[in-house]
Design a protein around this ligand. Sequence first.
Ligand code: PAF
Length: 281
Amino acid sequence: MKIADTIEALRAELSALRSSGKTVGLVPTMGALHDGHASLVRRSVEENGATVVSVFVNPTQFNDTTDLAKYPRTLEADCRLLEACGATLVFTPSVSEMYPEPDTRNFSFAPLDTVMEGAFRPGHFNGVCQIVSKLFDAVRPDRAYFGEKDFQQLAVVRAMTRQLDYPIEVIGCPIVREADGLAMSSRNTRLSASEREIALNISRTLFKSRNFAVSHTVGATLEMVRTAIADTPGLRLEYFQIVDGDTLQPIANWEDTSRAVGCVAVFCGDVRLIDNIKYSN
Ligand code: PAF
């Protein structure tokens, strides 16, 4: 496995790989890798001749400077995991490499990026689109892999890829959960043992709501989840929405969509966690 920390070095490695006829998969990450990331990397390794993994904590997508400062950085452990997964090349640029000058581009994919995370984290998806478009331009992958835990991010990246005509297949991969149900997230390492116990109520409530939804309306299901989370000491609900999986707009009735998804954002202590559940199969 090679490591490149400049775009020039990355391109030199990529042109060698391409001249030997290899297709390229890209897995963009912010590091602090876990089994969720590993599943994306393994899928890319299966489907492409070469897999590039970017590890870059992108400052432009953080609307909260404390969150940025506290974001875990574990490059050595990340490289060990990536090597074990069969990654070909790790791209670890500095901030000045990716942003030699401030990125003044504005992306808008309304209404996809104005609801939920877009409403609570102003500028977040603009920053995500800035960095993902730069990574797409630098790597020019055949395929790019994103986790469905960031369900809205996947929809926004798909819209950007379509609208900017990137010849890249964007592939969404299922959420990976801990054995007890907690959705894997780099932010989980910031939870204390007791907070982690409390955070389990998020996935438990989502799983419960899937059974509840079979015999209840959308409104009753919203109420059930919101109340369960709001009533759990130590959790602070930011939002829970049931939306159409393509448009991300709230639905009023189950019949309104064949792809209903419940998306939640919750603070556990000062750690913000997101999760989602599909109501239709
Ligand atoms: O999902 C993430 O970790 C980040 O938003 C991404 C896609 C790597 C862009 O910085």
